[in-house]
Write a protein that binds this ligand. Structure first.
Ligand code: SF4
Length: 231
């Protein structure tokens, strides 16, 4: 009996997906170097700026929180923050919640620079636009699954995703385009609106996270309408 030469290819699909993601990672790192370098920053400094810009409220963040968000050690975060303070982009102030602690926040110049840093992933937009709407939706759900899996293993910085939020109510509405509910803003929303980095996120208890995750996975994702092909 002849053997299908593609059988082995099929078996190593997982490996190929890993290789593809690794190539995307290389492209992102290389662009981050270029983007940061053009502004006289290292990628870690640029990421620290973006992290401080995304911090909820005006209280700033502690060094440990910046280190955790970046997935780096405290000394590495401290080095980046010290350089940013020296450049006048970040300021250290007493933490309003604990006067013995120090909170880090952006200066006006830091906010402007952070806005530019946040644009670095823009180079990916053209690649994402090459996917049709249905592919984007499947890809986004797959990304959420992978980020959650890496997060549970402690292999990626914690992301403030809807699927781990105490305000998330998956699949509680009959509307297939807006099946989920955010109890923080008291509004229904759909798959494309699921957030990865929400400033209002509050981590749910582990049991609620697991329960919500199971309900989220039960949801059948309706195909998105392609606005370009709509009449
Ligand atoms: S508060 Fe933010 S993360 Fe939480 S469910 Fe609402 S939109 Fe999602």
């Amino acid at each position: 009996m002849s053997r299908n030469p593609f059988d082995q290819e099929h078996a190593i699909l997982d490996q190929k997906i890993g290789t593809g993601l690794s190539k995307l990672g290389q492209a992102i790192r290389s662009q981050a170097w270029k983007g940061a370098g053009s502004q006289g920053l290292t990628p870690t400094q640029g990421q620290a700026l973006a992290t401080l810009a995304a911090a909820p409220g005006n209280a700033g963040l502690r060094l440990a929180e910046v280190a955790e968000a970046l997935g780096v050690s405290r000394p590495t975060a401290s080095e980046a923050v010290t350089a940013l303070v020296r450049k006048g982009l970040v300021v250290k102030q007493p933490d309003p919640a604990d006067s013995r602690a120090v909170a880090l926040s952006l200066t006006q110049a830091g906010r402007e620079q952070a806005g530019k840093a946040a644009l670095w992933p823009d180079f990916l937009h053209a690649a994402v636009e090459s996917l049709d709407p249905a592919e984007r939706q499947v890809f986004y759900r797959a990304l959420i699954k992978m980020i959650r899996s890496l997060q549970r293993r402690g292999q990626i910085p914690v992301s403030q995703m809807c699927v781990t939020c105490r305000y998330f109510r998956p699949g509680v509405h009959d509307d297939p385009e807006r099946p989920h509910h955010c109890a923080f803003v008291d509004a229904a929303f759909g798959e494309p609106e699921l957030r990865l980095d929400c400033p209002d996120h509050v981590a749910a208890e582990p049991a609620l996270q697991d329960e919500n995750w199971s309900r989220f996975l039960e949801q059948v994702v309706p195909p998105l309408n392609d606005p370009q092909s709509s009449p």
